[in-house]
Design a binder for this molecule. Structure first.
Ligand code: ADP
Length: 249
């Protein structure tokens, strides 16, 4: 309402904003794609150098660092490509009935390997019959990111538990860890690309800074949301809440 008996209608042309958003998205996708091949070549040669007897003494350490860094770049590129696929593809693509329990068994196995000799206790408590309508690759990638984060941010001998159950509001997947936790001021920004509480720690443990951004995108495409509860020094709970409509009967 605007004045007596009048109404005001406001319209805003967002064409330019929309186009800029497309340009940004395409640029990130193109750069990532272009970098992928040369990086594979460089990484391949670095591995060959590592296996050869030509490089001795201080070269060994230099080459090992080159290998670690090219591997890190490869992981970043793969995550960026995954994110741009999640942004561009229709969310109906690749949808089917997902057996979450067998998927989580695989994630559990991977998490135990990632933990290695750090002695984490990693447990799975899942409803074997509860299945979901969704894209299995995307869901696996989201669940894996959450579980691997728990391993990476939980000190040795810590406890990590995955749960998959049907709550009153719909299917839920949660990962509880006894790790370093997160202060409340960081929580609202965790799913932003490259947002890290501690950059050094993230890099050291092999993080790309894109894991939770991927989780958020995947969940949005499944009408789900991420809830994070955490206390510094005590641990965190990351919960994915799906609506009832996603239960596969
Ligand atoms: P990264 O590759 O850095 O782990 P993510 O997007 O997966 O990137 O996570 C963003 C940041 O959130 C991390 O850098 C870390 O600071 C914090 N974080 C994520 N998961 C946990 C966790 N389980 N415990 C403590 N901090 C976490």
């Amino acid at each position: 309402p605007s004045g007596k008996g009048k109404r005001l209608l406001q319209a805003r042309d967002i064409t330019r904003l929309h186009q800029l958003e497309i340009v940004r998205r395409d640029f990130v996708a193109n750069v990532s794609h272009e970098i992928r091949t040369p990086l594979t070549v460089v990484h391949g040669y670095v591995e060959t150098m590592q296996e050869s007897d030509t490089f001795q003494g201080p070269w060994k350490r230099i080459i090992e660092q080159m290998r670690t860094q090219t591997l890190r770049m490869q992981r970043i590129v793969e995550d960026l490509l995954l994110l741009s696929r999640l942004e561009t593809r229709s969310s109906n693509e690749g949808q089917g009935i997902v057996g979450v329990y067998p998927m989580l068994r695989g994630v559990l196995e991977g998490a135990r390997q990632l933990s290695g000799d750090r002695g984490h206790e990693i447990l799975l408590d899942a409803d074997e019959r509860l299945r979901l309508v969704g894209n299995s690759h995307e869901l696996e990638s989201a669940f894996t990111n959450l579980v691997y984060n728990a391993v990476r941010y939980t000190p040795e001998q810590g406890r990590i538990e995955m749960r998959w159950w049907l709550s009153g509001s719909g299917p839920c997947f949660s990962v509880t860890d006894s790790g370093i936790g997160i202060s409340p001021e960081h929580l609202p920004r965790l799913t932003e690309r490259f947002y890290r509480v501690d950059v050094g720690r993230s890099r050291e443990s092999g993080g790309t800074g894109l894991g939770l951004a991927i989780v958020k995108h995947v969940l949005t495409r499944h009408d789900a949301r991420l809830v994070v509860e955490s206390e510094p020094g005590k641990g965190s709970i990351f919960t994915c809440r799906f609506p009832h409509s996603r239960v596969a009967s």
